[in-house]
Write a protein that binds this ligand. Structure first.
Ligand SMILES: Cc1ncc(COP(=O)(O)O)c(C=O)c1O
Length: 414
């Protein structure tokens, strides 16, 4: 059967190949052929992620639930994990939900040497009817695929993985506390698993998803943070990979964070270039609300996606909410570059309304002060305030959609 098909396939491929200009025709070409020409590549179709092939092995020793009030971010994990292996020859193998367990990796596995690892951070929420929902999982899958592609790991069908994650989240339902502010943090992760010290594209990979019940980031209400504007270390640069969620982007940021902490600041405010553009804060995107010098118009600003900024799902959602709910009140919503000097000037002229970080873990994180060139720049909060009005509203609007109170297309029922 295969032999019968082959000549036809070859003919079909040849027929589909565009006619080449004379100069590029093999006979006329002096340069060597690349090892694989599109026409010569295998026509065998590798499997995509296929939810219908899922098998589930339930744990025989279910864990005891931790008192929600005692939950610490990323410390407790659920009973199971979702795993899907990939090989260069077959593509994605059958997905499995298995009891949470250790991975067994050869010491020469490429992820351990060359950082073939990328990940996502997303949450499952329990709505008022006890149903489990994801928030904009399509955005996480899009970013996961971009990160994987950048480090030569395989990509996949977003809908297939969303379906599997939603089955997994539903299975772990009992770990999601009912109260507002609680959720199940989901960590989709992909690693290169080929056993080799050779530096090259991994021939095999493992995608797995683990889940950790988490409580509200601010259990006793907002607590504004103070930042250290950081110019001696750079988180991301043009042409780099700062817009991808690679594990390799995170470890180098810990030392500057420890240094900032030693001086009493909770996070680094990453500046870039001689202009000292404001990029991100710690592991969050940053929003700045200022009044225009000439017109007094209020403007909500965040850095543009120029390749150095992680494409935050929260960032995108806040921009969207701002365009929907703040713009009609006269606000200008901008994705544009802002320098630390401009922020400093706005603060001194009383035009800085508020500053906040934005990310899945905290949703918003209000900023009180920024240390810059030996000065503590005031970010607009009064002494007794822990959050500005916009950060507060954004948190409410976001949660309403995450928990399904405000029924919206961003919310995905599992
Ligand atoms: C560097 C960085 N920026 C921004 C974000 C916020 O992204 P998201 O809103 O998708 O959580 C994160 C979160 O993981 C991050 O690590």
């Amino acid at each position: 059967m295969l032999r019968q098909l082959l000549p036809r396939c070859t003919r079909a491929v040849r027929a589909a190949a565009p006619a080449q200009p004379a100069l590029l025709r093999p006979a006329a070409r002096a340069a060597r052929w690349y090892s694989i020409q599109p026409q010569a590549a295998s026509t065998a179709k590798r499997m995509d992620i296929e939810p219908s092939r899922l098998s589930i092995e339930e744990t025989k020793s279910p864990k005891q639930l931790v008192d929600p009030a005692q939950l610490v971010f990323g410390k407790e994990f659920t009973d199971h994990m979702l795993t899907i292996e990939w090989t260069a020859t077959d593509g994605w193998l059958e997905p499995k939900i298995v009891p949470y367990q250790n991975l067994s990796l050869d010491p020469a596995t490429c992820v351990l040497h060359y950082a073939f690892e990328c990940f996502e951070g997303m949450k499952a929420y329990k709505d008022k009817d006890g149903e489990v929902r994801l928030f904009r999982p399509d955005k996480n899958m899009e970013r996961f695929n971009k990160s994987a592609a950048r480090i030569a790991l395989p990509t996949f069908s977003p809908t297939g993985l969303i379906e599997l994650i939603s089955k997994f989240a539903k299975l772990e339902n009992r770990f999601i506390p009912d109260q507002r502010g609680y959720s199940l943090y989901l960590r989709p992760t992909m690693i290169g698993t080929q056993k080799t010290l050779g530096v090259g594209a991994p021939g095999s990979a493992l995608l797995y998803v683990i889940a950790s019940p988490v409580g509200p980031y601010y259990p006793t209400g907002f607590k504004a943070v103070s930042l250290e504007a950081t110019d001696y270390a750079v988180r991301a640069w043009p042409g780099g990979v700062g817009d991808k969620k690679l594990g390799a982007n995170y470890a180098p940021c810990i030392l500057p964070q420890l240094e900032a902490a030693s001086r009493g600041f909770q996070q680094n405010l990453w500046l870039f270039g001689p202009e000292e553009y404001i990029t991100e804060v710690g592991t969050m995107n940053l929003f700045v609300a200022i009044k225009d010098k000439e017109t007094g118009q209020k403007e909500l600003i965040t850095a543009p996606l120029d390749g150095t900024i992680l494409e935050g799902v929260t960032r995108d959602s806040i921009l969207s909410l701002a365009r929907e709910k703040l713009a009609p009140d006269g606000w200008k919503i901008s994705e544009r570059k802002l320098t630390m000097k401009q922020l400093h000037e706005a603060s001194h002229e009383g035009r800085l309304i508020e500053v906040f970080g934005a990310g899945t873990a905290a949703i918003v994180s209000p900023v009180r002060k920024i240390s810059w060139k030996g000065e503590l720049v005031d970010c607009g909060l009064k002494e007794h305030e822990e959050s500005g009005e916009i950060a507060l509203k954004m948190k409410e609007w976001m949660e309403a959609r995450q928990y399904g109170d405000d029924e919206h297309e961003w919310s995905y029922r599992c």
